[in-house]
Write a protein that binds this ligand. Structure first.
Ligand code: NAI
Ligand code: COI
Ligand code: MG
Length: 358
């Protein structure tokens, strides 16, 4: 009997609709071979929802997500909505989805593709040592969700955002990171700023309390400023990085570019069952939106993560990843990963190339 899943697709803004279209086509073809069908439900969130309904995350969108097996999201945001107050901005939709669906764990794998070594801004001598990092980012706490506001007036006006973590929240994400390290090279780096921040000292204490459960994992602690530097100096030293919401956001963008392009990096936002939201790590790239220039590979690889983590379809996920590898091997490139002598493709054409190799 045909297996069926219900997935909410949220294309969002900017390049979101262009790349999710490609992602959906690739996923549909990949699962077909395994007698599986995805029933897609398209919903609005972000700037487009503000335009249509006056709010970034309509209740109906969140409701539909809760009724589904997974969510496949493009990106939200854009210049048009940049002057709106914080709680009315498109990005609020993303935060609302993450919190509303309890997606506390964001996995962001950053791996250099053999074929894209030249696209990395790092020297070949560094890239050749290997870059294969899994950033495990806490996603529903920390400074993005702490108390925020303004007080005072004129020159005394103060803006504030509180960064706080409970031990419970840290331990929950730490467990995922230690488990991931056990399946990889058994090395975990916890990144914080414990030399200055109390929240980071609690973070470190919680990590140290979990560590004895994983004696095989080599654990080290690193301050975030040093981690940012070490990522470009010697990225091969990292296996799994576990960190808070904002540090993980920043470090994963940095990790993406050392592998070639932010247009290549997928992510899975998970809770403690099989449910997840899958989205590229990049934003809506308004500078290249509606020009057929965006790299759809991060979106496509997020689809592979969805098949792997939410549906246990490892073979179909492998098929997608292999198709992407083949396309790169054949020399096909979008603008962000283009180098001399390669074949330059638009978003749509890159999607067609991936479909051909599936
Ligand atoms: N998950 C989400 O929905 C996110 C949304 N945003 C929002 O996106 C908007 C733009 O944010 P930025 O800071 O400019 O970050 P961005 O990630 O959208 O773009 C940064 C740079 O990377 C390029 N880029 C991004 N994705 C690409 C792709 N697939 N192919 C080729 N080039 C790509 C862009 O053209 C731009 O030059 C903002 O409104 C921001 O708040 C930002 C990050 C995540
Ligand atoms: C709008 C931000 C909260 C999203 C972001 O930059 C991210 O999750 O990478
Ligand atoms: Mg980000």
């Amino acid at each position: 009997m045909k297996k069926e899943y219900r997935v909410v697709a949220i294309p969002g803004d900017g390049i979101g609709p262009e790349i999710t279209k490609v992602g959906i086509e690739v996923i549909n073809k990949a699962v077909e071979k395994y007698d599986t069908k995805i029933n897609w439900v398209e919903m609005d969130a972000g700037g487009c929802a503000i335009d249509k309904f006056g709010e970034p995350l309509p209740a109906k969108t969140l409701e539909e997500c809760k009724k589904s097996d997974a969510v496949f999201l493009g990106a939200v945001g854009g210049w048009k909505w940049d002057t709106l107050p914080g709680n009315k901005r498109p990005e609020k939709a993303l935060l609302g989805l993450r919190q509303g669906l309890d997606l506390f764990c964001n996995l962001r794998p950053a791996k250099v593709f053999e074929e894209l070594k030249d696209a990395s801004p790092l020297k070949n001598s560094i890239v050749d040592k290997g870059i294969d990092i899994l950033v495990v980012r806490e996603l529903t706490g920390g400074i993005y969700f702490g108390e925020k506001g303004r007080k005072g007036e004129g020159e005394d006006l103060v803006g504030y955002d509180v960064m706080q973590y409970s031990k419970k929240e840290v331990k929950r994400i730490a467990k995922v990171a230690f488990e991931a390290a056990m399946k990889r090279n058994k090395k975990l780096t916890s990144v914080e700023k414990a030399n200055v921040l109390e929240v980071s000292r609690v973070w470190r204490e919680a990590i140290l309390e979990i560590a004895p459960e994983y004696p095989e994992v080599e654990l080290n602690h690193m301050y975030v400023d040093n981690a940012a530097m070490q990522l470009v100096r010697a990225p091969e030293q990292f296996d799994v990085i576990v960190t808070g919401n904002m540090f993980g956001d920043i470090l994963s963008d940095e990790a993406s570019i050392i592998t070639g392009s932010i247009g290549m990096l997928a992510s899975a936002s998970l809770r403690d069952d099989n449910f997840g939201m899958y989205e590229p790590i990049h934003g809506s790239a308004p500078d290249i939106a509606n020009q057929n220039k965006a790299n759809p590979i991060a979106q496509v690889l997020s689809g592979a993560m969805m098949l792997r983590y939410s549906f246990g379809m490892n073979e179909a996920a492998d098929d997608i990843e292999n198709a992407v590898n083949k396309v790169l091997k054949e020399g096909f490139r979008t603008g962000d990963i283009y180098s001399e002598g390669k074949v330059s493709l638009g978003t749509k054409e890159m999607g067609e190339a991936i479909l051909k190799y599936l």
